[in-house]
Design a protein around this ligand. Structure first.
Ligand SMILES: [Zn+2]
Length: 450
């Protein structure tokens, strides 16, 4: 085995690794086009070689890791695979906040500052270097090519937090490079805006739409209600990301655009972690991203067991993301995908941990348990449920034409059945359900820690 692997490493892995280090999206993507078909062991061997080089690099150049490795005696040269990461601490949002500057490589250039709302609403400031942008773009375009959409094809992105759409030129530049595309700002969704979006989509005839499922399904639902066709534009795929994709959203998007809906899992902070292939698997960008699944005590779990998704992004040497805790729940699968790609598969991504709510008696349940109550009431056009405490839940309700006075009582009764009789259900009937500060729309938010 060592002979084969030595030859493999010298003849194939190192040249590919060099190609992957190039700050050129096309070259990186071409490298990834080859490696996606390799046997899984070969992809993991490449990942291990890249992990070793990455850790040596950040140990030399990033103050936080230089100090950490010195204190703990961690030797990057001895790393032979992702299991060696277990000697290193997790990177949490609070660690990033406390070490915002010490996480920056001493030779980093052209870092772009990002500021996300985060699921807790607390802002997180971090930086993204050119290498990482290049790799995330390449990972995205490799995945869209699985769906017959190539670089340069017209694309509409339904995206955007007010922060990202601000005047930070560098952020805008990176975003344009990421997207190569026209952007529809999704954080403001008045009827007039949505009608404008639909007109623009019809005019541009994009080959792909990309963005939040809540926003795209809202546009699709609006077009359907108004009898405006969007199924004759030649859309090949609708890629949704950043939020959980609900079945009813997939159905309306797919019906209205006459195109499949593909899930992309990842975010600005964690990178483009996994993308759906036409066979239905979520393939991890394993050349660049190491995924670990951990339990509540931080212990790494084997394939098939659900736990929190933790990622190490190997193209982040300028501002490293090592064992970054995403707060999302997922399961690694060892089953080969029928599409033939050797890229490992992340199955059953169960959404943000804040999608789970906790009943007064301590029962943890998925937010869907509450969503079904609201969706069963025909008078409710749109809603958002916020679990403030175990004894208080607020429901924002946007009434539709069928809304009845009794509906408030029905919502209260339905939610009490699940959360507990003693829980106060405060129903607020509003003109427009407020989006999050980030611009994402979420149906259920729990401020109660699971
Ligand atoms: Zn596949």
């Amino acid at each position: 085995m060592s002979d084969i692997y030595t030859r493999l490493v010298s003849n194939v892995l190192f040249p590919l690794q060099e190609r992957l280090k190039h700050h050129d999206t096309v070259k990186v993507r071409q490298g990834m086009e080859d490696s996606q078909w390799w046997p899984r062991e070969q992809i993991l061997a490449l990942q291990a070689a890249r992990l070793r080089a990455f850790l040596a690099d950040i140990g030399a150049h990033v103050p936080y890791y230089r100090d950490l490795f010195a204190q703990t005696g961690f030797d990057p040269a001895r790393v032979s695979g992702s299991a060696d990461l277990q000697a290193l601490p997790f990177l949490t949002k609070s660690v990033i906040r406390q070490n915002t500057d010490a996480l920056r490589a001493d030779d980093a250039q052209g870092l772009a500052r990002f500021n996300t709302g985060g699921s807790s609403g607390e802002p997180l400031i971090f930086f993204i270097g050119t290498e990482r942008v290049t790799h995330d773009v390449a990972a995205k375009w490799r995945a869209t090519r699985w769906w017959d959409v190539d670089i340069g094809d017209p694309e509409i992105v339904v995206w955007g937090s007010p922060i990202e759409l601000g005047t930070q030129d560098k952020v805008r530049l990176i975003r344009d490079k990421l997207m190569r595309t026209e952007l529809l700002p999704a954080f403001e969704m008045s009827d007039a805006r949505v009608e404008g979006f639909i007109a623009r989509i019809r005019e541009m005839r994009p080959r792909m739409l990309f963005g939040y499922p809540s926003a795209i399904s809202h546009i699709a639902g609006y077009a359907e209600k108004k009898g405006i066709r969007l199924d004759d534009l030649g859309v090949k795929v609708v890629f949704v990301t950043s939020e959980r994709l609900y079945d009813h959203q997939r159905e309306v998007i797919s019906r209205v655009f006459a195109a499949p809906v593909a899930n992309g899992y990842g975010g600005r902070d964690a990178g483009f972690i996994a993308h759906a292939c036409p066979s239905g698997s979520m393939h991890i960008t394993a050349e660049d991203i190491v995924v670990e699944i951990i339990d509540g005590e931080g212990r790494v779990q084997p394939p098939g067991v659900a736990g929190e998704i933790v990622v190490t992004h190997l193209a982040t040497r300028d501002y490293p993301f090592v064992r970054y805790r995403t707060g999302d729940v997922g399961v690694l699968s060892e089953d080969p995908c029928p599409c033939g790609r050797g890229l490992p598969v992340l199955s059953e991504i169960q959404g943000r941990s804040t999608d789970f709510v906790i009943a007064a008696d301590g029962t943890v349940m998925h937010g869907l348990a509450l969503i079904y109550v609201l969706r069963d009431i025909p008078g409710v056009a749109s809603f958002k449920i916020v679990q403030e405490t175990t004894t208080l839940t607020t429901v924002f309700v946007e009434p539709g034409p069928l809304f009845e006075a009794d509906d408030v009582g029905r919502i209260q009764a339905g939610l009490k059945r699940r959360l507990g009789d003693a829980v106060t259900i405060d129903v607020k009937v509003v003109d427009v359900v407020p989006a999050e500060a980030s611009g994402k729309f979420r149906y259920v938010i729990s401020r109660v820690a699971a």
